[in-house]
Design a protein. Structure first.
Length: 112
C-alpha cells in the first residue's frame, strides 16, 4: 500500500499486540483498518512506542488523500475524541488515516 499523503512512499506494517497497522516512514502517518484505532487507544502506553513520536513536519495534514486500500477519496472529519484532530476516513472501507502526531494527540484526549 502507498501513503495517501506521500504518494511515492510505501506504508510499512507495524504490529502492536494482535493488531497490525500501516505507517508511512516519510510523514509518520498511520493507516488503521476499520475497528483497529479504538482498541489501540486503550492499550498500555508502553506497548504503543512504535506508533508514537512523529509529527507532521512536512505539512501533509492539509493535503487530501486517497484510501490506500481502495483508492476512494478520503473524507476529513473532526474526531469525536478531540476536535483538534481531523481524521481522514474512507467512506467505502471505513479505514482511518491519522497524520503524523495525531495518534499522540488522541492518546492525550483519551487520558483526560
Amino acid at each position: 500500500m502507498q501513503c495517501p499523503k506521500c504518494p511515492k512512499s510505501p506504508l510499512v506494517a507495524t504490529r502492536v499486540q494482535a493488531i497490525e497497522v500501516d505507517r508511512c516512514q516519510t510523514c509518520g502517518g498511520i493507516w488503521f483498518d476499520n475497528h483497529e484505532l479504538i482498541p489501540l487507544l486503550h492499550e498500555r502506553r508502553a506497548d504503543l512506542a512504535a506508533l508514537r513520536g512523529r509529527s507532521d513536519a512536512r505539512g501533509v495534514n492539509q493535503k487530501h488523500g486517497q484510501c490506500p486500500r481502495d483508492s476512494a477519496d478520503l473524507i476529513r472529519v473532526s474526531s469525536a475524541l478531540g476536535r483538534s484532530v481531523i481524521l481522514d476516513t474512507c467512506p467505502e472501507c471505513q479505514g482511518i488515516w491519522l497524520d503524523g502526531g495525531e495518534f499522540d494527540t488522541l492518546l492525550k484526549d483519551v487520558a483526560r
